[in-house]
Design a protein around this ligand. Structure first.
Ligand SMILES: [Zn+2]
Length: 178
C-alpha cells in the first residue's frame, strides 16, 4: 500500500473499495516512475459549502455546491505530482503532461478520470460524476448519512448489471477481494 502517497488525506471517510483501487492505480503510476500525492480525499458537506461560498465570492477555485461533489461521499481523490522534490512541502506540477500516467492508469482500472472534463487531478468512482448523478446520493446522505450511501454502492456493485457495465473496475475489485 503506497501510504506515503496518501499521507496528506484522511482515509476513514473514503469508500473502501474505491480507496483500494486508487492505491493500485497510484502504485502502478509509481512503478512507471510517476509519483502522485493525494491532496484531497473526502470532504464533509460543511467543508464543501465553505468552498462553494468562497468560489461564489470569487475567492476560491471552482467548487460544486454541498452534496454535489463525489468528494462528499468519499468517492474521489485529487492528485498531483511534486514538481520539485528538493524543496520542502509539495510543489504541484500543473502541466498537462504531469497527469498522463494518472489518466491512463485510472481509466485502465475502470475509474473516471477528471481529465476528460478539465479536472486533471481528479479521479473518482464511476456513475456519480455530475449534479444529476449525485442528487440521489445527497438525498440519501441527508436522510440516513454517508454509511447509507456506501451500502447502496455495495449493493449496486454486486449486481450483474453493474459488473457488465463496469468490467474493468469489477475485475479490479474481484482481484482485491471485494
Ligand atoms: Zn476532485
Amino acid at each position: 500500500m503506497p501510504t506515503r502517497n496518501f499521507a496528506r488525506v484522511g482515509l476513514d471517510r473514503v469508500y473502501l473499495p474505491f480507496a483500494a483501487v486508487a492505491f493500485e492505480v497510484i502504485s502502478r503510476c509509481e512503478a512507471r516512475g510517476a509519483s502522485y500525492i493525494a491532496t484531497f480525499g473526502s470532504r464533509s458537506l460543511e467543508e464543501q459549502a465553505e468552498l462553494y461560498r468562497l468560489y461564489r465570492e470569487g475567492k476560491g477555485g471552482k467548487a460544486a455546491p454541498a452534496g454535489l461533489s463525489a468528494h462528499n461521499y468519499g468517492l474521489a481523490f485529487d492528485f498531483c505530482r511534486d514538481g520539485d522534490r528538493a524543496k520542502p512541502g509539495l510543489q504541484p506540477d500543473w502541466r498537462a503532461s504531469a497527469f498522463k500516467e494518472l489518466g491512463e492508469e485510472s481509466q485502465r482500472a475502470g475509474l473516471v478520470w477528471g481529465g476528460t472534463f478539465a479536472d486533471a487531478p481528479h479521479v473518482q468512482w464511476p456513475s456519480y460524476v455530475n449534479a444529476t448523478d449525485l442528487a440521489p446520493l445527497r438525498a440519501l446522505a441527508t436522510r440516513e448519512g454517508v454509511a447509507a450511501v456506501w451500502m447502496r454502492l455495495d449493493k449496486e456493485r454486486s449486481s450483474p448489471f453493474w459488473r457488465a457495465a463496469n468490467p474493468k473496475l469489477a475485475a479490479e475489485l474481484a482481484r482485491l477481494g471485494f
